[in-house]
Write a new protein. Structure first.
Length: 421
């Protein structure tokens, strides 16, 4: 019973301390809330104004391929579904009409395809000049039109080169390449170039192998994937601060003389120390529970299944309480505690990875350094829970974090018991 009374007394004092409350809730929520408010527009996507494009197709076929016009193919590219939200296409009858539309603000960009466009693609002696007439105040729309034209001409030139190489190879083996076969090679190259272009547009390079992600990660929107790790890092970082500050009541009461009076009461020294530790654990449990709940409600953070999330939350509470008790056991004054605790929590927090939770492709040696700190094990367990990993991967780090916390508690209580003997 004395332990419970002491724990409740310390808990009451802790919850009246604005400095401790700031580290419990205000600072972690602020650190995650500011980026959430600043970049919340990413969730809805960018608002890009549609560009009104007028196209004049003056292109004429060449004698070798009377049914083929490259200009018609280029217009088909502008009509692709992926560009419908960016471009509003209108086909004009004359160059003068298209230019006049831009001048009178009925169009944003005018593209004039010259008559020798197809001929220039098939012959090195022909040079065609596509004209882009634009509103000088616009930048994005004209840039999109220019990029489409450049990609189209590059792809078409590549298909011609592929057909020429195939014809040269066939000739080297005493054969010849028919016109139909040449068109087939050009078509296949065009299909390949289109596939590569679609991949690059999605941020995927065909020469790079990408690691697979879990369904839980794939279903997370951009902001959830960003704010979740940030909220996790801040919760772990400030939990160790709160554990150290709450455990500091032992030093403060020793300086004020109230601890000496408490030790002269019938309550045993063990009951007093356990009561102090119980208050630290309760404060941390309140902090972690509130941050998990508020993170889910306010920032829509997905902490994973209940069992691994609760186990890692318990690991965080025990390890932070043991860490704070261990630090306090080596300190003699509150003035000394302010410097030593702050330095120890910041250094172990940085080494544990609390400041780099949103970083990708961190060096392997840094991930190894993380595991020399209790914060690193807590982060590993929570990350496994949040990404939907199996229970072993999520519960193992939580168990290690609890063992580290209990070891710190044992050493801390031993030092304190000897100190106040």
């Amino acid at each position: 019973m004395p332990s419970i009374y002491i724990a409740l007394k310390d808990l009451r004092h802790a919850l009246r301390n604005p400095f401790l409350l700031a580290f419990m809730l205000v600072l972690p929520l602020l650190q995650a809330g500011l980026p959430y408010l600043a970049f919340n527009g990413l969730e809805k996507g960018q608002n890009v104004q549609t560009t009104r494009l007028w196209v004049v197709n003056l292109d004429q076929p060449v004698a070798a391929y009377p049914d083929f016009r490259a200009g018609t193919l280029l217009i088909g590219v502008f009509q692709d579904e992926s560009l419908k939200t960016l471009l509003e296409l209108t086909e004009a009858d004359s160059e003068a009409a298209a230019r006049q539309a831009v001048e009178t603000r009925r169009a944003d960009v005018a593209l004039i395809i010259p008559a020798n466009f197809t001929a220039s693609l098939f012959s090195a002696d022909e040079h065609a000049m596509l004209a882009i007439h634009k509103d000088p105040a616009l930048t994005l729309g004209p840039a999109i039109v220019q990029e489409v034209v450049v990609n189209f001409t590059d792809g078409f030139t590549g298909s011609l080169l592929a057909a020429d190489v195939a014809a040269a190879q066939a000739e080297a083996y005493g054969s010849s390449l028919s016109a139909d076969k040449r068109l087939e090679i050009m078509r296949r190259y065009g299909d390949w170039a289109l596939t590569v272009g679609d991949s690059l547009a999605k941020g995927i390079h065909p020469a790079i192998r990408y690691a697979s992600i879990s369904p839980a990660q794939a279903s997370q929107p951009v902001m959830k994937a960003l704010i979740g790790p940030l909220m996790l890092g801040m919760m772990v970082f400030f939990a160790y601060f709160v554990g150290a500050i709450a455990a500091q009541s032992l030093i403060r009461e020793a300086e004020q003389g109230t601890l000496a009076r408490l030790l002269r009461t019938p309550a045993s020294k063990a009951a007093i120390l356990w009561g102090k530790f119980g208050a630290v654990v309760t404060v941390l449990a309140l902090q972690v529970g509130l941050l998990l709940g508020l993170g889910a409600v306010i920032f829509h953070v997905s902490w994973g299944d209940v069992l691994p999330a609760a186990a890692n939350g318990l690991g965080l509470v025990v390890s932070a309480a043991g860490f704070g008790t261990l630090l306090v056991s080596f300190l003699r004054s509150t003035r000394q505690a302010f410097l030593v605790m702050g330095g120890a929590v910041i250094l172990t927090g940085m080494a544990g990875g609390t400041m780099t939770t949103t970083f990708a492709n961190l060096p392997e040696f840094y991930r190894i350094i993380n595991l020399f700190t209790p914060q690193g094990w807590v982060l590993r367990g929570f990350n496994a829970a949040m990404t939907g990993s199996n229970l072993t991967e999520a519960l193992g780090p939580a168990f290690v974090a609890m063992m580290i916390g209990l070891a710190g508690l044992g050493v801390g209580l031993f030092n304190l018991n000897r100190r106040f003997a």
